[in-house]
Design a protein around this ligand. Structure first.
Ligand code: ADP
Ligand code: MG
Length: 238
């Protein structure tokens, strides 16, 4: 069974349909990238998996559970956004610990999880610093640290690199992939950047106008695009 199963999921805002019965299965440990032009519905789909948007039709399961009616905090997911939304008046350590403390996690466990995340992300020397004292890449890592400390079943990324300069973007791609190889956490990663999709994904889902055009491994899409849209989108330089 898929770790995340998106089955015939639809979304309308008022009378405007933005997703038309999309289905995607994501296996345990898989790194799946949702890619497509701006406005095609990637963030909406991810936000429904996170529980930040209601589902207009269909079902979303995480593990064995249908989560359609569960609030975000009960879904065993952690999301990393484009604007990292770090707390400016909290240190790196406090930023990473905050969500766990809110949930009443034992302080010894919080300390241990923060230390482990800091080691994994090379943030140990920066734990007492504030976000403004960090580089863009370091802030991005703190945002990932906040997700890691929660030990979620699923990581959700929404264009986490789009605010970074080109060089850092390439470096962070590698870091996120290394993190995935190390933790093997099931991941859904949204981007409009086809290079990011091609270099990071185990499986790519190409979307357009609220529909899925094709699903496949990067090379499959490159070698055997289902249609001209996929060929043009995957084949064009970013
Ligand atoms: P993407 O992430 O692929 O750029 P989105 O999921 O953000 O696309 O948006 C898909 C469509 O849904 C767009 O047409 C967008 O304007 C619309 N949309 C997104 N959120 C809302 C909302 N809260 N209310 C109304 N329309 C929305
Ligand atoms: Mg988006």
């Amino acid at each position: 069974m898929a770790q995340v199963a998106i089955s015939s999921v639809a979304k309308a805002f008022g009378t405007v349909k933005v997703l038309h019965e999309v289905s995607v299965d994501i296996a345990d440990g898989q790194f799946v990238v949702l890619v497509g032009p701006s406005g095609c519905g990637k963030s909406t789909l991810l936000r429904m998996v996170a529980g930040l948007e209601t589902v207009s039709g269909g079902t979303i399961s995480i593990g064995e559970r249908v989560v359609n009616n569960l609030p975000p905090a009960k879904r065993d997911i952690a999301m990393v956004f484009q604007n990292y939304a770090l707390y400016p008046h909290k240190t790196v350590e406090q930023n990473m610990a905050f969500a766990l403390k809110l949930r009443g996690t034992d302080p010894a466990i919080v300390a241990e999880r923060v230390k482990r995340a800091a080691d994994i992300l090379d943030l140990a020397p920066y734990l007492k610093r504030y976000p403004r004292q960090l580089s863009g890449g370091q802030r991005q890592r703190v945002a990932m640290g906040r997700a890691i400390v929660r030990n979620p079943q699923v990581f959700l990324f929404d264009e986490p690199l789009s605010n970074l300069d080109a060089k850092l973007r390439v470096q962070m791609r590698t870091e996120i992939k290394e993190l995935h190889q190390r933790l093997k956490t099931t991941t859904i990663y949204v981007t409009h950047d086809q290079i990011e999709a091609m270099t990071m994904a185990d499986k790519i889902v190409v979307m357009r106008d609220g529909r899925i055009e094709q699903v496949g491994a990067p090379l499959e899409l490159f070698d055997r695009p289902a249609n001209l849209f996929v060929a043009g989108f995957i084949g064009s330089p970013s």
